[in-house]
Ligand binder design. Structure first.
Ligand SMILES: Cc1cc2nc3c(=O)[nH]c(=O)nc-3n(C[C@H](O)[C@H](O)[C@H](O)COP(=O)(O)OP(=O)(O)OC[C@H]3O[C@@H](n4cnc5c(N)ncnc54)[C@H](O)[C@@H]3O)c2cc1C
Length: 394
C-alpha cells in the first residue's frame, strides 16, 4: 500500500512550492499594513493576489475558466499554501462550497453570470442556512420565499452567517412550500446582498473579531432566475454543497495542525518549570505532546483516505465527519495545553501585554467554535453511528 502522493504529483508540488516561496514574500513586502492572519482585509488581499495570478477554479471544468485539476493536485495546492503560513481566504464559501454546487446544478446562464466573479475573487459569497430556531435541524427552517409575479419575495432571519458583512452575494435556503414535508418544501436562491430589505447585523465573537452576522430579510425581491435547480429541490442541493464543504476544506487546517504541534513543542521547550527544567521534559507534558503528534499523523492519513475515496467514488461521505470530529476536538486539546503552558502569561495575552501569548489565547478561544461550525460534534457522531456503523436511529 502506498501512503502519499505519486512521483508526478511530488514534482508538481515542487513547482507550486517555488511559486509560493517566491510570491508570498513579494506580496508581504508590498503590503503596507501589519500582516495579521485574523484581519479580513489582509486575508482578502492575499486571496485576490492568488486568484488574479491564475490559481483559481482549480477543480472546475476548463469550459468555465477552471484548471480541471484532480483532487490530489488541489490538495497539494492547499498544503503548499498552508506550508508557507499564508492566511485562509475570506471567500472560502464561494470557492469551496458554492462554485462546485453551481457547476453541478445551475443553468448555463447562471454559471456564466456567477462563476467569473468567484474565479477572479471579485464577488465574495456567504451561506444563509442557519436560523435562530434551525441549526442542526436545518430542515425546520422558516425563512419564506413566495412567488409574486416576476420575482420571489423573501422574509426571514438568518444567523451565524460568516462574512455576510463583507459579502456581495448570499446563497439562501428558504421555504417555498409550507405544506410539503419539511425537506421537500425548501429552495436554493442566489441573493444579491445589495437588494433592498436586507439588513446585516454583526455579532462580536469571544475573540473580539467579527466574522459572522445576523441577516434579516424583509420583503426582499429576488428575480425568478435566482432559483437554482427546481423549486422545492433545495435540500438536495444543500446536501451536495455540504459534501463539497467537507472535500478540501480540512486540508489547510490539517497542515496547520501539524505546524501548531511543532509550535507547541517550542513553547514547552521555552517554558521553565519550578524545578528549573523545561516543560518539554516534564513526563505529563511529553505524553500530551506525543498524543498530539499521533493525532496529527492520524489526521494526515485520514486526509489521504478521504481523498482516495473521493477520487474513486465522488464527494466524500460520512468519513468527512470522522475527520471533522477528530480535528476539531484534537485542536481544542492542543489549545488547552497551550493555556496550561502559558499559565499566567495567558492573562497577559488576553490584555494584549504579551504578543506571543495573545496569539495562543486568540486561537484557544476560536477553537471553541470549531466543534460547532459545519455540524456540531454530537451531530457528527450521529452521522458516524448511523451511516458508517449502521446503528439504529435513536
Ligand atoms: C464560527 C461559526 C461560523 C458559522 N458560519 C455559518 C454560516 O456561514 N452559515 C450558516 O448558515 N451557519 C453558520 N454557522 C452555524 C452552524 O452551522 C450552527 O451553529 C450549527 O449547525 C449548530 O446549530 P445551532 O447553533 O443552532 O445549535 P443547535 O442545533 O441548537 O444545537 C444545540 C446543541 O444541541 C446538540 N444537538 C442538536 N441536535 C442534536 C441531535 N440530533 N443529537 C444530539 N445532539 C444534538 C448540538 O450538538 C448542540 O450541542 C456557523 C457557526 C459557527 C460557530
Amino acid at each position: 500500500m502506498q501512503v502519499g502522493y505519486s512521483a508526478e504529483d511530488e514534482v508538481f508540488r515542487l513547482t507550486l512550492r517555488e511559486w509560493f516561496e517566491s510570491h508570498f514574500p513579494r506580496f508581504l513586502q508590498q503590503w503596507a499594513g501589519r500582516p495579521d492572519p485574523n484581519d479580513l482585509t489582509w486575508r482578502r488581499a492575499w486571496e485576490d493576489y492568488v486568484c488574479q495570478s491564475g490559481w483559481s477554479g482549480l477543480g472546475w471544468p476548463e469550459k468555465w475558466g477552471g484548471k480541471a485539476w484532480p483532487l490530489t493536485r488541489q490538495a497539494i495546492f492547499h498544503e503548499e499554501q498552508a506550508r508557507i503560513g499564508a492566511p485562509l481566504g475570506v471567500n472560502i464559501i464561494g470557492h469551496g462550497i458554492l462554485a462546485p454546487t453551481l457547476i453541478h446544478f445551475a443553468s448555463d446562464a447562471q454559471k456564466a453570470r456567477y462563476l467569473p466573479g468567484i474565479l477572479s475573487n471579485h464577488d465574495v459569497w456567504c451561506q444563509g442556512y442557519s436560523e435562530p430556531g434551525s441549526g442542526s435541524d436545518l430542515a425546520s427552517l422558516s425563512t419564506r420565499a413566495e412567488k409574486r409575479g416576476d420575482c420571489y419575495v423573501l422574509n426571514g432571519h438568518k444567523i451565524w452567517t460568516s462574512f455576510a458583512h463583507i459579502a456581495d452575494y448570499c446563497f439562501v435556503l428558504a421555504r417555498t412550500d409550507a405544506n410539503a414535508q419539511r425537506h421537500k418544501g425548501i429552495s436554493f436562491f442566489l441573493v444579491d446582498m445589495k437588494s433592498a430589505g436586507i439588513r446585516v447585523s454583526p455579532i462580536q465573537q469571544i475573540t473580539g473579531e467579527n466574522d459572522f452576522n445576523e441577516v434579516f430579510f424583509e420583503d426582499v425581491e429576488v428575480p425568478l432566475d435566482a432559483l437554482v435547480g427546481q423549486e422545492n429541490e433545495g435540500w438536495r442541493l444543500a446536501m451536495a454543497a455540504a459534501s463539497f464543504e467537507r472535500g478540501t476544506y480540512f486540508i489547510p487546517r490539517l497542515v496547520r495542525f501539524a505546524q501548531e504541534v511543532q509550535s507547541l513543542h517550542q513553547l514547552a521547550a521555552s517554558t521553565p518549570t519550578a524545578q528549573g527544567s523545561s516543560a518539554a521534559h516534564d513526563p505529563h507534558m511529553r505524553r500530551e505532546l506525543a498524543k498530539l503528534a499521533v493525532d496529527s499523523h492520524i489526521l494526515r492519513l485520514k486526509g489521504y483516505r478521504a481523498l482516495t475515496n473521493a477520487l474513486r467514488a465522488g464527494p466524500p461521505g460520512a468519513e468527512g465527519s470522522s475527520t471533522k470530529l477528530h480535528w476539531s476536538e484534537a485542536h481544542q486539546k492542543l489549545m488547552n495545553i497551550s493555556m496550561e503552558l502559558l499559565s499566567e502569561r495567558a492573562l497577559q495575552g488576553s490584555t494584549g501585554k504579551d504578543a506571543q501569548a495573545a496569539l495562543w489565547v486568540r486561537d484557544y478561544l476560536w477553537t471553541r467554535a470549531e466543534t460547532i461550525l459545519a455540524g456540531t460534534s454530537e451531530v457528527q457522531r450521529n452521522i458516524l453511528a448511523e451511516q458508517m456503523l449502521g446503528l439504529p436511529k435513536s
